[in-house]
Design a protein around this ligand. Sequence first.
Ligand code: ADP
Ligand code: MG
Length: 484
Amino acid sequence: DYRRGGYHAVRIGDTFRNGCYVVQSKLGWGHFSTVWLAWDTLRSRYVALKIQKSAQHYTEAAMDEIKILKQIAEGDRDDKKCVVKLLDHFKHSGPNGQHMCMVFEYLGDNLLTLIKYSDYRGVPLHMVKEICQHILVGLDYLHRELSIIHTDLKPENVLLLSMIDPSRDPTKSGASLILPTGKNKVVLETVVSKEIKSSNGDLTRNQKKKIRKKAKKAAQGCVGKEVSEENERDSNINDTEDTNAKPNEILGEERAHRSLVKDETKGDGINNGNQGKERCRRGSHATRKKLLAEADLKCKLVDFGNACWTQYRCPEVILGSKYSTSADLWSFACICFELATGDVLFDPHSGENYDRDEDHLALMMELLGIMPRKIALGGRYSRDFFNRYGDLRHIRRLHFWPLDKVLMEKYNFSEQDAKDMADFLIPILDFAPEKRPTAAQCLNHPWISSGPQLLQLSTTAPKQHGDDGTSKRERKDKDDREAM
Ligand code: ADP
Ligand code: MG
């Protein structure tokens, strides 16, 4: 993707907007962009610099995103609505074309990282509730005050404010500020010579090597290329990731292998190669645990670029029916489940004679019951998946396994916890979009409102929502569909 029309290749130390922003390290990437930690030299603060791919289509998407972000910022001057703040935007010309750039306040890790920190076991329920509350405040603001649908709600697009991994947070790791390319060398050498001086006495080659290694770590493995090349032969440290590789590819792979089916290896996964790598980059298990324990979990919604739809899509989008703000609520429920269990709620795969979307619809029905015929047949793409009776075309045998039972049997929830959470989530996962509670109504649900209220969040008193009720569904064998 680093070609004409694609991503802009960035090196640590590169500057943007006439030297205003100096790139420090890579924060993340999406299908539309790469995102970098940058130092704002005018205002002396860290910011997140999002550099969009350059093709026309991405530029247009970025312009729309900027329009929405401006509106979002205008209505949230007190910064209480749990949505990210756009600070600046500009165009940048590079070898691959002209890239729209957006500058945001610097936030912490995304929710997927939090789920990974829990070793995919799920985070404690009180935290889940608090995070949910923040997401709902953000959605309520977008939906009711601005009539904006996020449409791409997923764990990667919810960022934590407080849980910034110190190894990634220059303000906490004591790392030197990276200067524009070419000056990097000076930064590292200053750190090294300071260390050597303060060690008073002759140092062996090995000790010097260690100091270099430490200094490099302090610069959080994100020093410019000249520096890493200089030390490569000597220090043998494998800390210079290719900054232009997609860092989250590892996550993508792991996700693809999870499913709703019970996974016996769940939780002991640190020994797989990818996680090992991830672990080096992210710090020790103990650090992660500590972060998890200390996190106060304020979080914010990001990415208003209307990117791709994946496991968090609601049925009306798959079926090509009309959709509205309630589409975000469906995605919200999927995220809530994933936070609490560490597994995606729906993990569809194509089979020999059915595609991923048909599998996705089948998984929804296995969890939530048969989709009403009117809804199943109401979309532009309905007939690709359903016959005229409202039965799936290719997947004929469904294995029903309702949510409360899944929580108890697969995730060892207590009966009470499972019931409480299912009571909260099932109405949000209604096949009929208009029956789903709004974000404001969800905020008033006892599952959320009786949770910890650490923050004064900005919501206008929403109405209590009626009980949508969930019919009890018969439980059949919970076979893996692959075994059919
Ligand atoms: P895309 O539209 O390409 O998906 P996003 O806006 O979702 O881009 O950003 C991609 C990733 O970059 C996010 O998942 C997150 O990890 C990181 N990121 C985005 N914005 C910020 C921010 N303000 N602070 C820290 N990291 C961020
Ligand atoms: Mg994104």
